[in-house]
Design a protein around this ligand. Structure first.
Ligand SMILES: *Cc1c(COP(=O)(O)O)cnc(C)c1O
Length: 491
């Protein structure tokens, strides 16, 4: 299995396909594109049948071995077994079995309409990013130790990504994490989750500023190529291919859990921001998993909903990007969307380059086929199963209340966006699976607003705010930041 860039230049050198391990530790391809497999591996009916009986870890191995063909099978299997354990994914609700890793719960069965919740947030940081990031931690450690190499992960977070990365990389040999966050701008729970980590390889840096200041500092450091190489700086952002492919597994698990035979279809609704999670659903569908619809649910930041309704992709200015009560979907552009566009335009890298150049120069592109548009591929979107919808703060509160009243479970704000939109796209005879992307305890402020009571916390998180915290406070001075990193890497 080899990987190509969505923007591959038509020269032999740039087109040279790469192996899984070559792209594992990186982000963007050198030409600015994103990596995808040269072709999608296909899954047969016989394989699907056999997979029905597998544990999550064994299913992960079966799927990942189609993509990571350059990692010896025994090693990959051991990495999957080490990652997907009931001990790592233990933050279950009453009635859920931790050994299932991503348990399904039927919320509603009304005639031939079925609404199912698939829990993806039972990992250490109570959000779905653990599903992929925990594997990434083990894959990184494995790859680095093989080459006797080290990696210093440098990033900025406003919440979920940073904590998922830290919990995945803590204690890993050859890896350090330097994570910037806006000082005193995260919720008490989120800061406590990150800052209470005492591992010597985790460095929390609270920056006097807002999240954009943190991101600007990451860019400034990343643009200094000499420093970046000397300090062995890397990232773990959502465009990392290994993160996307690890997420493919739970679409298979969800399908297999909701069906008894392969003639049945299911649909998925996915709370979406950067298009990372739902991109994995697209890949599962392209591999032959019988998915009917893939529904992208956005919040007020509706870049994706706009595209799937109109064919117009329009990134937002920061002044048009809203801070919402489902903050992990507050995006101005959808970083992984280019992967789907590549397939949509028939894997024509030249088209992709032109379209995403236009994003840089004109803020977007239009595939509606209307006079003056950039193409007419919007008419092909339905063939890929995509639908969408949007949810607002009021919808979120109403949905949290409804789900509490009707099914006696508390859902988080992102999952509420998913359920709100899923209900608009239910079809007879096709179970709708909503991916639960976080547990309610992480976004308690809004739960209190909606229900008047606190969200229940999983065991072990009761007093997290009172644990000792380890972090440094810094200004937005890039030179000082660089010196701090260098002092701690010793490189
Ligand atoms: C990151 C995140 C999302 C959005 O996922 P994308 O892959 O960016 O679409 C949704 N919900 C929660 C809780 C998240 O942390």
């Amino acid at each position: 299995m080899h990987y190509v860039s969505t923007r591959a230049e038509p020269t032999a050198a740039a087109q040279a396909p790469e192996a899984f391990s070559d792209i594992l530790l990186g982000g963007l391809a050198p030409d600015g594109g994103l990596y995808l497999p040269a072709e999608y591996p296909q899954v047969s009916g016989a394989e699907l049948d056999a997979w029905r009986k597998l544990s999550y870890a064994d299913l992960a191995f079966a799927i990942l071995s189609k993509f990571a063909t350059d990692i010896p099978a025994a090693d990959l299997k051991a990495l999957c077994k080490k990652t997907y354990t009931a001990d790592v994914y233990r933050n279950t609700r009453a009635g859920e079995a931790a050994k299932e890793i991503t348990p399904l719960r039927v919320l509603e069965q009304d005639g031939d309409k079925t609404l199912i919740l698939q829990a993806l947030s039972n990992g250490p940081t109570l959000a779905f990013k653990d599903m992929a990031m925990q594997l990434l931690g083990n894959l990184f450690e494995y790859a680095l130790s093989k080459n006797n190499a080290e990696l210093n992960i440098f990033g900025a977070t406003s919440g979920d990504t940073g904590s998922a990365a830290e919990y995945a990389m803590r204690g890993k040999k050859g890896i350090r994490v330097f994570m910037l966050s806006p000082h005193k701008k995260m919720s008490a729970f989120q800061s406590a989750q990150m800052f209470s980590l005492q591992d010597p390889n985790i460095f929390n840096i609270a920056v006097d500023g807002v999240f954009d200041d943190c991101q600007d500092m990451v860019k400034a450091v990343s643009n200094d190529l000499g420093y970046k190489a000397a300090q062995k700086i890397g990232t773990v952002n959502s465009i990392n291919w290994a993160r996307v492919v690890a997420q493919v597994v739970y679409y298979f698990r969800g399908y297999l859990g909701a069906t008894t035979e392969n003639s049945q279809k299911v649909s998925f609704t996915v709370p979406s921001g950067n298009f990372g999670n739902i991109c994995a659903g697209h890949i599962a569908r392209m591999m032959g998993l019988p998915i009917d619809k893939l529904v992208a649910a956005t919040n007020e930041n509706d870049v994706l909903d706009e595209f799937f309704r109109t064919g117009v992709y329009r990134v937002r200015k920061s002044s048009e990007t809203y801070h919402t009560s489902s903050p992990s979907m507050d995006i101005s552009k959808a970083s992984n969307f280019e992967r789907f566009v590549y397939d949509l335009v028939g894997r024509d890298a030249k088209r992709v380059r032109a379209l995403f150049n236009k994003v840089e120069t004109a803020g977007g592109f239009d595939l509606s086929g209307k006079p003056g548009s950039d193409g007419d591929e919007f008419k092909l979107v339905a063939g890929y199963g995509f639908l969408s919808g949007k949810s607002t703060h009021k919808d979120r509160l109403d949905t949290i209340r409804d789900v509490q009243d009707d099914f006696d479970i508390t859902i988080d704000t992102h999952t509420a966006d998913g359920i709100k939109v899923a209900r608009e796209h239910m079809a007879p005879g096709v179970p709708m699976i909503v991916l639960e992307t976080a547990l309610a305890a992480k976004f308690n402020e809004t739960i209190l607003d909606a229900l008047g009571v606190d969200a229940e916390r999983p065991a072990g998180f009761e007093d997290i705010e009172s644990l000792p915290q380890k972090f440094v406070v810094m200004t937005t001075d890039v030179a000082k930041m660089k010196a701090y990193i260098a002092a701690n890497t010793g490189l």
